[in-house]
Design a binder for this molecule. Structure first.
Ligand SMILES: Cc1cc2nc3c(=O)[nH]c(=O)nc-3n(C[C@H](O)[C@H](O)[C@H](O)COP(=O)(O)OP(=O)(O)OC[C@H]3O[C@@H](n4cnc5c(N)ncnc54)[C@H](O)[C@@H]3O)c2cc1C
Ligand code: SF4
Length: 551
């Protein structure tokens, strides 16, 4: 059977575009701190920073009010946010010590939990692994959390610029000076069309990059500054649906096994979101071996399983979306998370604990540490890499790194398949991460060879199961058709590779037409899966992409 090596067909990162050495324009907007990304990490950073200043001024200190800006590529806050999400409230409590959990933007406490091993027709209840306990946590919509955090930030005087993607880091020597935004109103050929607005430069004493999973700026900075990590970052793709249901769900459910092949790592989640809504998602590691594996399609099949079908039948699909998750854990953390004039927080660094599927509280906590490091540096008037390395120290001594260290080899153990991985993961849990000793080395996802096969056909019924086209409609994506493509396709894309991309992309962006690849770029919902395995994603016109409301 023919095999595909994804890396062979992937274009290099467009470093010249993402790292810009030309000086900021004369009209550049000056800020003290500029934060890229209004997710949990970026907004927690903005709130903490504004609060530190206010506390000092209220106490009679002479630190002037900081000019803090947050750039977000979504047209309005939360529209590009997607998570499970079961939230550990720890970081919310630290950021808002004056509030009660009932004040936080959560849907409901976790009522109970269950883990099942699935075969095609059956669900076998398993003991809940310690890493998957969620008691004391809450189910939530990350879109709602982000909107709420944005309101708190604005109350504190933070400037939020939604619909302004950062296109590049502006640098001077080794120093990051700010960002350049994308242009908008370009026509299909990349020329200014009607409604053209040119890029804006924003300079800052400190730039905090909190752009989330598989961030283009973070990748570029690490490549430019040659910042490595013991293992490369690994990714999973999560496809998620929100359903309005007649039968409430009273348990947080996770499943392993079917419909995934045994040599793929992943599982599903099924969470209650109040009396009439549920969230259902499937997460699959992008180091799978079958070129025809299609996460969107597997989620559609999953809904037909007797564990899920009775809950969903008679209900209605409300929203659909997808996003990647950095899964490499402890050994994929970059050696430096700070540099001259710059700090990196949240998923762009890889602060996700995969065995527990948690990243939100780590993102927020790292954002808060970034704020503290930035504030001290600004007070001292020294924003050099040496001064900002206090952030690395805070992170290294924090519970974030301690938690990731405890599960350091767990995801990596599954490279040998579900059964061997499951046994190894059990031993790792018992020994607090000490078994097997040392690091399990992992290659980049794009270096895993894929075997092509002919998958059994699947026809969505339009009621319980949906095509990619219908799914993209449910993501709210209404990107204009005339936008230039923001996806960089490599050379040498054969018909088999085109097929592979069409399966990787949950949004139907790639199609094989004859032996050629067709790219429907406006469909893109910024999940970044093909940035990991194929064509590169680059920032595009603000407000493009999905318009999630309650993911
Ligand atoms: C399917 C799935 C299920 C998950 N389940 C859970 C769970 O149950 N519990 C949990 O704790 N965690 C979960 N996670 C992980 C969690 O969602 C992330 O760890 C968390 O959202 C990271 O926050 P962040 O702020 O770093 O990144 P994000 O939430 O991704 O926010 C980054 C923001 O930056 C913006 N951005 C990106 N690039 C640019 C740019 N160039 N210019 C301007 N803006 C930009 C994005 O639009 C986005 O709004 C899940 C993740 C997925 C995908
Ligand atoms: S093209 Fe867009 S939607 Fe499709 S996989 Fe790549 S980033 Fe995701």
């Amino acid at each position: 059977m023919p095999t595909i090596l994804p890396l062979r067909h992937q274009p290099p990162l467009p470093l010249d575009r993402l790292i810009r050495r030309d000086p900021p324009g004369a009209e550049a907007i000056e800020m003290d701190v500029l934060i890229v990304g209004a997710g949990p990490a970026g907004l927690a950073c903005a709130i903490e920073l504004a609060r530190l200043g206010k506390r000092e001024r209220d106490g009679g200190g002479d630190m002037p009010e900081l000019n803090i800006g947050v750039l977000e590529k979504a047209g309005s806050l939360g529209e590009h946010s997607l998570s499970g999400s079961v939230v550990n409230p720890r970081a919310f409590r630290e950021l808002f010590p004056e509030l009660q959990p009932s004040d936080f933007p959560f849907r409901q406490p976790v009522p109970g939990e269950a883990v099942y091993f699935l075969t095609e027709g059956r669900a076998q209840r398993m003991p809940t692994p310690p890493t998957m306990h969620n008691s004391g946590y809450y189910t939530a919509s990350i879109c709602e959390m982000v909107r709420w955090l944005g309101e708190r930030a604005e109350e504190l005087g933070v400037n939020i610029f939604a619909g302004f993607p950062a296109d590049a880091l502006l640098v001077d020597g080794s120093k990051v000076r700010g960002v350049r935004t994308t242009a908008s109103g370009l026509d299909r050929t990349g020329q200014p069309g009607s409604g053209y607005a040119e890029p804006t430069d924003l300079t800052a004493r400190i730039t905090v990059v909190a752009e989330g999973t598989r961030g283009a700026l973070g990748q570029a900075w690490r490549e430019w500054q040659q910042v490595g990590s013991p293992n490369p970052q690994l990714f999973a793709l999560g496809v998620k649906e929100i359903w309005e249901v007649k039968r409430p769900l009273d348990t947080v459910i996770h499943t392993l096994g079917w419909p995934l092949p045994t040599d793929a790592f992943g599982g599903s989640f099924f969470y209650p979101l109040g009396p009439s809504q549920v969230a259902l998602g499937l997460v699959v590691g992008l180091d799978y071996h079958d070129a025809s594996l299609d996460v969107h399609e597997l989620l559609q099949r999953l809904k037909l399983h007797p564990l899920f079908r009775p809950h969903l039948e008679g209900g209605q699909l409300v929203e659909w979306g997808a996003k990647t998750i950095p899964e490499g854990g402890y050994y994929a953390l970059p050696a430096r998370k700070s540099g001259d004039g710059v700090l990196f927080a949240g998923d762009t660094v890889g602060f996700v604990d995969v065995p527990s599927l948690k990243g939100i509280h780590y993102a927020m906590q790292s954002g808060m540490y970034a704020a503290r490091a930035a504030y001290t540096a600004l007070k001292l008037g020294d924003v050099s890499g040496a001064a900002l390395s206090s952030y690395d120290r805070m992170i290294d001594e924090s519970y974030i790194v301690a938690d990731l260290r405890r599960t350091r080899n767990m995801r990596l153990a599954f490279k040998d398949g579900l059964y061997v991985g499951g046994v190894k993961a059990g031993l790792m849990t018992v020994t607090g991460g000490r078994f097997p000793g040392g690091r399990i080395a992992m290659p980049e996802d794009a270096t895993t060879p894929r075997t092509t096969s002919a998958p059994p056909p699947f026809t969505p019924d339009g009621t319980l199961t949906f095509s990619k086209l219908d799914a993209v409609f449910k993501s709210g994506n209404a990107t204009r058709d005339t936008i230039p493509s923001h996806l960089l396709v490599g050379r040498d894309v054969t018909a088999e590779v085109a097929d592979f991309y069409s399966h990787v992309c949950p949004a139907g962006v790639y199609e094989r037409v004859g032996d050629e690849l067709r790219v429907n770029a406006p469909n893109c919902i910024d999940c970044k899966a093909t940035d990991v395995l194929g064509p590169r994603w680059t920032p595009r016109e603000g407000g493009s992409g999905p318009k999630y409301r309650s993911m």
